[in-house]
Design a protein around this ligand. Structure first.
Ligand SMILES: Nc1nc2c(ncn2[C@@H]2O[C@H](COP(=O)(O)OP(=O)(O)OP(=O)(O)O)[C@@H](O)[C@H]2O)c(=O)[nH]1
Ligand SMILES: [Mg+2]
Length: 323
């Protein structure tokens, strides 16, 4: 009986030891975490950890409302003052070298392998190849009207051209396609946003720019980037939240506004808030909001109105017209 009791006691001691080990480990981990937390509160990590990660989310919201600059955003001073100036030129880079390298490969140009070198290209030679090119472009989501126009333009330029070798054909077609694309995408009038903004300002109206495109293509992000560039050039920007459809679209713009104001605080601009958001929530008529925003900008001395819109396909004419 005594022996049995002693054995049970020993077993119990061993089990306790095993049980105590992880407990001890857990305690050590908790202590180390507490130490780290203490350091964070004391400010040791404040420079490297964004403040949002150590602040209660509810507090951020409150502070946001009372201050135009988001407290969770630490502006990178090196970015400021680097973007003043003019738009870069629109010269098309000469990619002949890389084109020549690629011309022997597959892809869209492999369909021109069917054309025989060393002869003058006729309509009959080109037509089937252009049909294939058109199908390829449509398959890549190019609107069918654009694809047809592009192929027509390539066809016209190719007709009557004399090609030497087989490789020469694909290079010729590639160059012709590039030429046609550049022609199609080159604006009919000179594009100089800064000059246009100044012109609009002198005639007492804000310069307006709408961002349209397919969902997720980067409209709102690029709107924020262009806002930054305009502020760098000392223009006041009003962002019109006309994407009243996608959840979070307005909040996304509000965050951009906070960050932009943190980078360019009013004290650096004679007390003027450089960017503001004009919003009327969700589900409203976007065109109406844009109209009110422009009116608001005119009355409140904003130089530029940037209109964010909900994503839409470029070939959806009614939706494109709506924006
Ligand atoms: N790498 C990279 N990502 C980008 C760029 N522009 C936008 N994005 C990312 O693409 C995603 C969508 O960007 P948004 O600006 O919200 O696109 P949007 O066109 O406004 O989208 P919708 O409002 O939903 O139609 C985001 O995750 C962006 O961070 C860019 O120039 N480069
Ligand atoms: Mg957007």
């Amino acid at each position: 009986m005594k022996k049995q009791f002693a054995r049970t006691l020993k077993n119990l001691q061993i089990r306790n030891e095993v049980l105590r080990k992880p407990l001890r480990l857990k305690r050590q981990r908790v202590q180390s975490l507490l130490k780290r937390a203490k350091k964070i509160v004391c400010g040791t990590y404040q420079d490297v950890i964004p403040r949002a990660s150590i602040t209660h989310p509810g507090m951020i919201r409150e502070q946001e409302l009372s201050h135009p600059c988001a407290p969770d955003f630490l502006p990178d001073q090196s970015q400021i003052g680097t973007l003043s100036g003019n738009l870069r030129g629109m010269d098309v880079q000469n990619e002949k070298e890389s084109n020549d390298k690629k011309s022997s490969g597959g892809g869209v140009f492999s369909m021109f392998r069917g054309l025989v070198g060393g002869k003058t290209l006729s309509e009959a030679d080109i037509e089937p190849v252009l049909e294939k090119l058109k199908d390829h472009l449509i398959g890549k989501n190019v609107a069918s009207e654009i694809a047809t126009k592009l192929c027509q333009s390539v066809g016209k330029k190719l007709e009557g051209k004399v090609v030497g070798t087989f490789e020469g054909v694909s290079t010729t077609v590639r160059n012709t396609l590039t030429e046609s694309l550049v022609q199609l995408l080159t604006p009919k009038r000179r594009l100089d946003v800064l000059r246009d903004v100044v012109e609009a300002k002198t005639s007492g109206r804000p310069y307006t720019m709408a961002f349209c495109g397919v969902n997720g293509v980067g409209k709102s992000t690029n709107l924020a980037k262009i806002s930054f560039w305009l502020i760098e050039n000392n223009f006041r920007v009003l962002i019109a939240a006309c994407d009243t459809f996608r959840a979070g679209a307005v909040e996304q713009l509000r965050t951009h506004m906070h960050h932009l104001n943190a980078l360019h605080p009013p004290e650096n601009h004679k007390g003027r808030t450089m960017v503001q958001l004009y919003e009327q929530g969700y589900g409203k008529d976007a065109a109406e909001i844009a109209r009110h925003a422009i009116e608001f900008a005119r009355k409140n001395d904003f130089d530029v109105v940037l209109i964010d819109t909900a994503g839409r396909m470029q070939d959806n004419e009614p939706l494109m017209r709506a924006c």
